[in-house]
Design a protein around this ligand. Sequence first.
Ligand code: ATP
Ligand code: MG
Length: 236
Amino acid sequence: MSHHYIKAKDIHYRYPDGNEALRGVSFLITHGERVALLGRNGAGKSTLLLQCNGLLLPTAGEMNIGGMPVVKDTLPEIRRSVGMVFQNPDDMLFMPTVEEDVAFGPLNMHLPLKDVEERVAEALKAVGAYDLRKKSATQLSGGQRRRVAIASVLSMMPSVLVLDEPTANLDFGGRRDLIRILKSFSHTQLIATHDLDMARQLCSRAIVLADGRVAVDGPLEETLADPTTRRILEID
Ligand SMILES: Nc1ncnc2c1ncn2[C@@H]1O[C@H](COP(=O)(O)OP(=O)(O)OP(=O)(O)O)[C@@H](O)[C@H]1O
Ligand SMILES: [Mg+2]
């Protein structure tokens, strides 16, 4: 088994308009760990997740996935290893049908057609969206689109899963199914969320971002009870 850790070393990121969204973020998430990434709106969570699969490259510092630095030259390999579920599923679905969306990644990996079909069916069944396979994403509800977006990542069998607000728009059943899916995925996961109940069910550790910096990093329950975290997240 390979060791798919996520290592961030003093990551800085400045958007082209000059906005400094990350100001020196460091952590090590080891193989198989499930970590909640918490923080108020604008804290830098999405910006940080986009660094994990190289959609954004740091202005300074280094991101490393399982021994591979996230740099321009490694992007094809990084994209195969790191499955990213975006905050908005519409950013991920662009093919005429659901099954083509879910097949897109495996086809790009040049897998034999039979293997692609198997992966597509398996991933859609895992998220309870197999019956939707012939539909267009535009015909689906928000929660159904999110399920399909997750399937489109699972079909690539990534070593690391990075999810941005995965429970947004899901109904109770969808949320429960998602938590079950993520629990059954034994690899490394980094989950940005405002859903503290889901974080409690899934994660043993929390990283709290504030103004582009790691404010708290520790065991989840301890972190949520910590007065600094509660002040930052405005829980009380
Ligand atoms: N494309 C962009 N261009 C310029 N600034 C941006 C861009 N996207 C985000 N930002 C800024 O970067 C900072 C961090 O934003 P980010 O989207 O990472 O926050 P977040 O923690 O994911 O928030 P939320 O909980 O609302 O999803 C914010 O100040 C935001 O305004
Ligand atoms: Mg965000």
